[in-house]
Design a protein around this ligand. Structure first.
Ligand SMILES: Nc1ncnc2c1ncn2[C@@H]1O[C@H](COP(=O)(O)OP(=O)(O)O)[C@@H](O)[C@H]1O
Ligand SMILES: [Mg+2]
Length: 370
């Protein structure tokens, strides 16, 4: 019997909330979708909470509740538009908003906020949340979690495929056409986060639409080489990262060394960094035979970035996931609907080879409205 799940998240771009209503007959199909922008003050607070600051506990407590309310509002609006009642939805998979991700060190941790109690109370629907910490408790990175979903919906016998998700951070999933070979996946590094940051700083715009600003500049080889020299790029997987690492400070340290540069040249070089760190990661995969590369996430809307990626991967076809029937904007939200379903069916949600966890595990807790 068909069953509805909702997946909801706000990604590291902090551009807003994406909610997807997903039907499982049992292959996941997008039934409806809805996006909600953050009020600018909440967005500013979330960005501020992503780096160490003053009075963090109070600020985090308030943001947790405000975000929970906004998630609930997005879900209620989604259901009203789709004319689906809460009773028809088995569960909401809520990723939350990551405000800190520190997978290294003696006490690794990851923190997603958007209180699931608030969401359950305001929607009347069970909520599955806190997806990442079980994987971390088992020695994993807690990220990326989307590869298991990519495996379930995008794998094709006989053809090697790579799925690239270009959000704030970019991650990829290798789906071998040979069923005997395992899937792989990891965060490749910055997706849009540095491009957005520079665009905000120079253009006062939240993004470089279609990469038009980058297209006005010229890639600076010395700066690009300096970027790519960062140890993250040569670190073997499992690995994951966040905008707290690839931050405005990270960029500034490189710019200080580079001397005077035109702002458009910096943007062009940042775009080249995103494209190169993704394409290098793909080219370094052993045994991949002319893979078909499918891109999702907001970065798929950046024409200049898509062209740069295709140029770096001669012989490979580079296309948006729309060509596989899943719109680029909704892959990640659908993945969290799928992960919620995995949780309710007591099935694993992680890929130990991807995250580095010691074993497959059922991910997330359940918050009931009753
Ligand atoms: N038309 C566009 N041109 C260039 N970049 C875009 C466009 N649309 C979206 N993006 C980029 O995609 C980002 C949002 O992508 P998204 O997949 O939502 O990331 P996240 O999961 O981190 O929130 C924006 O911040 C922006 O950088
Ligand atoms: Mg987003």
């Amino acid at each position: 019997m068909a069953e509805f799940f909702i997946g909801i998240l706000s990604g590291t771009s902090m551009d807003g909330i994406d909610a997807a209503l997903v039907d499982f007959p049992p292959q996941p199909a997008l039934a409806a979708s809805y996006s909600l922008k953050f009020p600018e003050d909440l967005r500013a607070e979330l960005l501020a909470l992503a780096v160490p600051g003053d009075n963090e506990i109070d600020r985090l407590g308030r943001a947790d509740v405000r975000l929970g309310r906004l998630f609930a509002q997005a879900i209620n609006d989604l259901l009203a538009r789709a004319k689906v009642s809460p009773a028809q939805v088995r569960a909401i998979g809520s990723h939350g908003q990551t405000i800190r991700h520190r997978p290294g060190g003696a006490a690794p941790f990851t923190l997603q906020i958007g209180d699931p109690n608030v969401i359950a109370a305001a929607t009347g629907i069970p909520v599955v949340a806190d997806f990442r910490r079980k994987d971390m408790a088992l020695g994993g990175q807690g990220a990326p979690l989307v590869p298991a979903f990519h495996d379930a919906v995008f794998r094709q016998a006989g053809t090697d495929r790579v799925i690239v998700n270009i959000g704030g951070i970019a991650n990829l999933t290798v789906l071998p056409g040979d069923a005997a070979r395992p899937i792989l996946g990891f965060d490749t590094g910055p997706g849009n986060t540095l491009l957005d940051g520079w665009s905000r700083r120079i253009l006062r715009e939240p993004m470089d639409r279609n990469g038009a600003f980058a297209a006005k500049g010229r890639v600076q080889p010395g700066l690009l080489a300096g970027f790519l020299h960062d140890p993250y790029f040569s670190q073997p997987p499992p690995k994951s990262t966040g905008p707290e690492y690839f931050s405005a400070d990270w960029l500034q340290r490189h710019l200080d060394k580079a001397g005077e540069l035109a702002p458009a040249d910096v943007q062009a070089t940042l775009l080249a960094l995103t494209a190169r760190s993704i394409s290098d990661s793909i080219l370094q995969q052993p045994g991949l035979h002319r893979p078909d590369v499918f891109v999702c996430g907001g970065g798929a809307h950046n024409g200049a970035l898509m062209r740069s990626l295709a140029e770096n991967l001669p012989g490979a076809a580079v296309a948006p996931t729309d060509n596989l029937g899943v719109p680029v904007e909704w892959v990640e939200a659908m993945a969290f609907a799928w992960l919620a379903r995995q949780r309710l069916h007591a099935k694993a949600g992680n890929c130990p080879l991807v995250t580095g966890a010691t074993r497959p595990a059922v991910l997330g807790g359940i918050w009931l409205p009753g």
